[in-house]
Write a protein that binds this ligand. Structure first.
Ligand SMILES: Nc1ncnc2c1ncn2[C@@H]1O[C@H](COP(=O)(O)OP(=O)(O)OP(=O)(O)O)[C@@H](O)[C@H]1O
Ligand SMILES: [Mg+2]
Length: 321
């Protein structure tokens, strides 16, 4: 017989297995994999940032291979049109009627690769679908599947001909995960895999180990994780401190504070706890908030970074005991 507890345990095991599957193809990058699992649990969208060649695309492709979810990938290019994302009405000569042809957003997991290579109009079509979880074409709203999670990749280097996402739209991503260059030993391990014949195009070795039902069971369990009044107060104090920081011109919105709470709860559950600690909040503060703060130009010139500012805030805001 299954109980909510046994479903939750099974879901946690499936997510552990998911990490193991991803590790078959991707060396290291554990914080990024954890962030992606947290986003799956929260049904939140993720922005993945890293220089070219650190396995951003490989990570998401492997994750999708380890999930029994529908997956689509869109390479964002300068000539991509909004309808290429959402779908559009096409004329059917046989029936003499217009019918809707679904675009790639009609999926569970969408890899929006190199989102900053496409002009704002097309970015906006995707960001609207992310927020509303539906698309409207010619006045008719069509619901997207559940879950619908976007993982968008972007390059931190500002090349000519790229379009930075507007700050207001960045708020729609639950997490921004940075994919760092690997340490020396891990880079050697990458080369060893290639020397042994690993082909990143062939992911047939990756087996699906988690399903939408498993994620839903995990999500129900996360909803039971308790966040005390002290922890809620702590999250709000951190958010308020970003609004008062002299280095920031844009602080975290209440939506950002709720995102931090959601991510911290998922992380607490993944760590096997039924309550959120201030350390959970600290652990998720950077990925949940770094894309929601705007540096003042002076601070940027002095070399300040969102992560650095957030670190300073976490070091000064009193932690509840
Ligand atoms: N941590 C890693 N584990 C395994 N393979 C890796 C790792 N980092 C890089 N590679 C290798 O580098 C290749 C490039 O990765 P990928 O195309 O996913 O990079 P990317 O970050 O998406 O780059 P771009 O920004 O150019 O799209 C991978 O296919 C893989 O062979
Ligand atoms: Mg890529």
């Amino acid at each position: 017989m299954t109980t909510p507890e046994s479903d939750a345990d099974a879901a946690r095991e499936a997510l552990a297995a998911l990490r193991a599957e991803v590790a078959k193809a991707v060396v290291g990058q554990d914080p990024v994999v954890t962030g992606l699992v947290i986003a799956l649990l929260c049904r939140g969208h993720v922005l993945l940032e890293g220089v070219p060649g650190v396995a951003k695309t490989l990570l998401v492709r492997t994750l999708s291979a380890a999930l029994t979810l529908d997956f689509k990938r869109v390479q964002f290019t300068p000539d991509l049109m909004p309808g290429d994302i959402t779908g559009s009405l096409v004329y059917d000569a046989r029936t003499a009627e217009f019918e809707f042809r679904e675009g790639p957003v009609f999926t569970n997991l969408l890899l929006a690769d190199e989102i900053n290579r496409t002009p704002p109009k097309t970015q906006a079509a995707l960001l609207e679908a992310m927020e509303e979880r539906q698309v409207s074409v010619e006045g008719t709203a069509r619901a997207l599947p559940d879950p619908f999670i976007v993982v968008a990749t972007q390059n931190p280097v500002e090349y000519e001909g790229t379009y930075q996402l507007p700050e207001a739209q960045l708020d729609r991503f639950l997490l921004k995960l940075t994919v760092p260059l690997p340490p020396r030993e891990q880079e050697i391990a990458v080369l060893e895999r290639h020397a042994l014949g690993f082909d990143p195009r062939d992911l047939t070795e990756i087996k699906p180990v988690a399903s939408a039902a498993g994620l839903a069971a995990g999500r129900r369990a996360v909803a039971q994780v308790h966040a005390s009044a002290e922890v809620l107060g702590y999250i709000v104090d951190v958010a308020r401190a970003t609004r008062q920081s002299p280095s920031l011109q844009l602080g975290v919105s209440p939506r950002g504070a709720t995102a931090l709470l959601a991510a911290a709860r998922a992380w607490a559950w993944l760590s096997g706890r039924s309550y959120v600690t201030p350390d959970d909040v600290k652990a998720l503060a950077r990925p949940a908030l770094r894309h929601r703060v705007g540096l003042r130009p002076e601070a940027e010139l002095e070399g300040a970074t969102p992560d650095g500012i957030l670190e300073g805030i976490l070091a000064t805001v009193p932690v509840p005991r």
